[in-house]
Design a protein around this ligand. Sequence first.
Ligand code: FAD
Length: 387
Amino acid sequence: MTQPDVIVVGAGILGASAAFHLAERGYRVVVLERGAPNREGSGTTAGNLHIQAIHTRRPGQEVPVDSARLLPLQLRASDHWSRIEEQLGADVELRRGGGFMVAETAAQEQELREKHEWERHAGIPTEVLTGDEARERLPLLSDRVRAASWCPLDGYANPLLITPAYLAAARRHGAELHPFTPVTDIRRVGDDYKVLSGDRSWTAPVVVNTAGPWITEISALAGIHIRMSPVAIQMHVTTRVPPMMHHLVQHIGEGMSVKQVSAGNLLIGGGWPAAGLDMAGRSTVSLPSMAGNLAQAGRILPFLGGLRLLRMWAGPLAATPDEMPVIGEVPGHPGFFVAGGTYAFTLAPVWGDTLCRRIAGEPPADPVDDLGPGRLLYDDATTPVSP
Ligand SMILES: Cc1cc2nc3c(=O)[nH]c(=O)nc-3n(C[C@H](O)[C@H](O)[C@H](O)COP(=O)(O)OP(=O)(O)OC[C@H]3O[C@@H](n4cnc5c(N)ncnc54)[C@H](O)[C@@H]3O)c2cc1C
C-alpha cells in the first residue's frame, strides 16, 4: 500500500470495526496488532448485546455507569447488529432471543421500573413483568425472581467470529492487517503521525487508538496522557447440553449474565473480578469470584446446579475512571482518535461508524462530544487536566 490514510492500533473488535467502516468508505487503512488479532478483551468477552440498560455495577465497581445516557447508543447498536451478518457477509452466530433482567427485592424491582421509564423515553422496547409472568415465559427462573424486565432486542454474538469477520471484510476493501506488530513509538512529523514497530514504520495523518486496556500506553507514545482504569474480569462455561434457553438472563442488583450459546454450552459471567490483571500476558482467574458468580446464577436459574463446569478464563477490560465509554479525537492532537471503555462489544458497530464519520469530517449519527477523551486527559503521570 502507498501511504495509508489511517493507522489503527489494536485488532480487537473496536479496531476491526473501525478498519471495516473506514475501508468500506475508501480510506487506505493499516491495522497494527501487537499479537494475534482478537486475543484480548474481544476474544475473552461474554459477547452480550446489552440493549436494555444494565444499571448494575460489577462486583467491586465503585462508580455506576450513567445508564440513561447510554441508551440511545444501545438502540443505535441494536440497529447495527440487526444488519451486521449481511453487511459483513458472515455468520457470527448472532442470537436476538431477547433478555430478562431479574429483581429479587422490592428495591431492585423499583430500579427495574425506573430504568423502564428511561428505556421508554429512549424508544427501547421493555416491559416489567411480575415474577410469575416472567416464569411463564421462562419456567427455568426460580421462585426468588420477584420481577423482571424483558427486552426483545437483547442478544449475543460469538466473539470468536465477529472480530475476524470485521477484519476479513476490511481486508476485502483493501485494509492491511499486520499481526505480531507491536507499536513501539509514535512521532509527530509535520501534520502526520509516524508509527513505529521496531525498525518498521508507517506514516498517516490519522491514528486510531483502539488498544483496549493499553490505550494509556499507546497514547503516551504520542505524548498524550489518558487516564484509564483497566481491570480483568472472568467468565465460566459449562459443558454442552441440548437447547434449553434462548434468552439472555441478567440481574439488576448484581453483576450476572447467563445464556446458552449455539454450541449448547451455558456461559456464565457478570463482571466478577479476576485474581489479577496481567497487562503482559494472561490474567488469572479467582476462585472466590467463581464461587460467588456460580452461586448467584444457580440461585436464579437452579438447573445450572446440575451442569458440569467445563472451563473458566479471565480477560482484560478497558474501564475508564467514570465507567463511561471514551470516543473521539484528542483535544490538541488533530488526527489522534481514541475509542474504548464500557460495553465496547455491544457498541463496536456504533464506534466504528462514529470514528469513520468523525474522520470524514461528518457529524456522528448520535452526539458523543461528552464522551470524548478530553475528560480523561492529564498533563503528566500525576496531574489531571480539566476537559
Ligand atoms: C470477560 C469479559 C466479558 C465482557 N462482556 C461484555 C459483554 O457481554 N458485552 C459487552 O458489550 N462488552 C463486554 N465486555 C467488554 C468488551 O468485550 C471489551 O471491552 C471489548 O471487546 C474490547 O475491545 P477493544 O477492541 O476495545 O479492546 P481489545 O479487544 O482488548 O483489543 C485491544 C488490542 O490492542 C492490542 N495492543 C495492545 N498494545 C498494542 C501495541 N503496542 N501495538 C499494537 N497493538 C496493541 C492488543 O493486543 C489487543 O488485541 C467484556 C469484557 C470481558 C473481558
